[in-house]
Design a protein around this ligand. Structure first.
Ligand code: NPG
Length: 376
């Protein structure tokens, strides 16, 4: 496949309501969008960074600079090289070409995904087919932000359950943990699939407090401690009954294998942006399946583009828990693609060639802040 150029956009999309987590409140989603142009088609990749480096070290303006100044030049060099008498690129060549640059996994994921989208489109293959998806629809969970009051939270959760969401994830932080969980259980009963996400807000000294969540039969507690605290998670797992799930800590298949071997997690959240793309995501899936560890697909408030690829990933057999694969209208009044719609609590797995959704030019332009074209 021959690349002729890459377009980088910075987009800003208003959220339907503010989304508060232990690392801050978002009112708009400021992410990046890449388009690679090949001789035959276009391929798109979503850059899932946030405006500020508060979830991970990456952030949108930094990632766009890393792409422009370091990653795209390396990709261009690799594309120009002759291998086995042929020049050009395929999706497997992207990560090795970018390997000299440390970190920057979200930026790398965006580039690899755009190449993958183009490569799939040139072959009229869908992402789902190529990944080996075994389902036509995936169950949808919803992530519920920290609220100002418990009654406000109960209204929000009630609304999502009425819409048909099959699993509720509550964002927690010190001061907003046991009480909201208890209130949701009391109001909506024990049958609701319920889990919590701390986004690294606690320390091991909070183990007795976190053990107070034990009676509520949660599916899991996600990333209670710092990203690098694998031993702490292993120790915490011995002190609480709720299964520990890792998100921020799992940056690669190797990190997943290590965390599992050390007893630091019983469940893994896979986010393609966090781990450098869909090829690495599938490797993590395979490592987890081999170890009997359930996985689920996380979300980073993706537009329909990234959501399409996530839904295809979530249709692999090891994804045995509902993901943060909500409908488009959970976050956006107007998505930049054909929206994802909830049907009986599920999202349909796209079967079109490529990722499964394409940005609609007028909608994309309407949310684009800056754009630049890099000819290759
Ligand atoms: O449904 O897309 C979604 C959002 C799910 O809570 C969610 N994402 O910490 O997992 C997280 C959080 C997040 C959002 C993290 C944006 C980073 C960026």
């Amino acid at each position: 496949m021959k690349l002729t150029g890459i377009e980088l956009r910075r987009v800003e999309i208003p959220l339907v309501s503010p989304f508060r987590t232990s690392f801050g409140t978002q009112h708009t989603r400021e992410l990046g969008l890449l388009r690679v142009r090949t001789e035959q088609t276009d391929g798109y990749g979503e850059l899932v960074t946030m405006a500020a480096p508060v979830y991970s070290a990456e952030y949108t303006d930094g990632a766009l600079a890393a792409l422009r100044d370091h990653l795209i030049p390396l990709l261009a060099q690799a594309a120009a090289k002759t291998r086995g008498g042929r020049t050009g690129l395929d999706p497997w060549a992207v990560a090795p070409a970018l390997a000299p640059i440390k970190g920057h996994r979200m930026a790398k994921a965006a580039l690899e995904t755009a190449v993958l989208d183009a490569w799939l489109r040139e072959r009229s293959l869908s992402m789902a087919e190529w990944l080996g998806a075994t389902r036509d629809k995936v169950p949808a969970g919803v992530s519920v932000g920290i609220m100002d009051s418990v009654p406000q939270l109960l209204d929000a959760v009630g609304g999502y359950l009425d819409e048909g969401y099959l699993r509720i994830k509550l964002k927690i932080e010190p001061g907003w943990d046991v009480a909201p969980v208890r209130a949701v259980r009391e109001r909506f009963g024990d049958d609701v699939l319920l889990q919590v996400d701390a986004n690294t807000a606690y320390t091991l000294a909070d183990a007795p407090l976190l053990a107070r969540l034990d009676p509520f039969d949660l599916l899991l507690i996600e990333q209670p401690l710092e990203e690098e605290d694998i031993r702490g998670h292993a120790e915490l797992a011995k002190r609480i009954k709720t299964p520990v799930c890792l998100d921020e800590s799992i940056v690669s298949a190797r990190a997943a294998a290590d965390a599992i071997a050390l007893g630091a997690c019983a469940v893994v959240n896979i986010k393609p942006g966090r781990v450098g793309g869909y090829l690495e995501s599938r490797r993590i899936h395979d490592v987890c399946v081999a170890n009997g560890v359930p996985v689920w697909c996380g979300g980073m408030l993706e537009t329909g583009l990234g959501r399409a690829a996530n839904v295809a990933l979530a249709a692999l057999p090891g994804f045995t828990l509902p993901g943060d694969t909500s409908a488009s209208d959970r976050y956006y009044r107007t998505d930049i693609t054909e929206p994802f719609v909830l049907k009986d609590g599920h999202l349909e797995v796209p079967r079109e060639p490529g990722l499964g959704r394409t940005p609609i030019p007028e909608l994309l332009d309407a949310v684009t802040g800056t754009k630049e074209w890099i000819a290759l």
